[in-house]
Design a protein around this ligand. Sequence first.
Ligand code: NAD
Length: 252
Amino acid sequence: DRLRLDGKVAYVTGGGQGIGRAFAHALGEAGAKVAVVDLVLAKAEVVAEELSLKGIKSMAMAADVSKPEDVQRILDAIVARWGTVHIACNNAGINMNSASEDTSLEEWDKTFNVNLRGLFLCCQAAGRIMLKQGYGKIINTASMASLIVPHPQKQLAYNASKAGVVKLTQTLGTEWIDRGVRVNCISPGIVDTPLIHSEGLKPLVQRWLTDIPAGKLAQVTDLQAAVVYLASEASDYMTGHNLAIEGGQSLW
Ligand code: NAD
């Protein structure tokens, strides 16, 4: 079965809740060992424990993906424990919210540091291991904000950073595929996770609902098969792709 991930080693950043947690479960259920990485160790530990209760080999690690020393430390730890890494799920991301004329440099930098610099660091560190072994699957989490400007706006730094995720994915995906490393991204629509219930985003969600042809928010379960597919050999001819799962929102 080309969708199985038995014997594969994966990590998921931002794995402590929301989409990353769902990705960790899906990869584990497909047979992979999963390192759950999060800024908050306690959250990663809870998810790693959920996985091990299902019989999935797992470990929990704290890292801030925007820090090169943290990223190197988690990859070293994964290699020390499980020998290598085959599947890198670079999912950690943040979403702050302000009118563009009021967006502070601090908000801009923080957003780009996590959403784009973090992705660069993770792709590069995991990619080096994968290139050496001639095999790897990198799955980045972008957003449908990479395809459209979701209405109402006030997401300048977020939208720009997610557009960057797509171009980074396309560039790495074409540069590395002839050495066995595929790089793709998933662009979720509005997913029912703790992120969208934050104070800043709550007022926007009601408005966003009217923009979704599907007429409802995505659940994390709507994304799980896609990450397994992109992590598996079944998608070996696919690279640099941005897979939108957004209930048709990018078409309206
Ligand atoms: P979330 O806020 O529910 O969870 C994100 C997790 O990432 C948290 O556990 C957090 O502790 C962790 N994290 C934050 N900063 C980190 C850092 N610097 N290093 C390591 N971990 C860090 O978010 P979510 O909704 O699950 O979103 C996950 C990804 O999906 C993000 O990249 C987000 O932009 C993207 N996304 C979400 C939606 C949505 O509607 N929820 C839509 C499109 C894209």
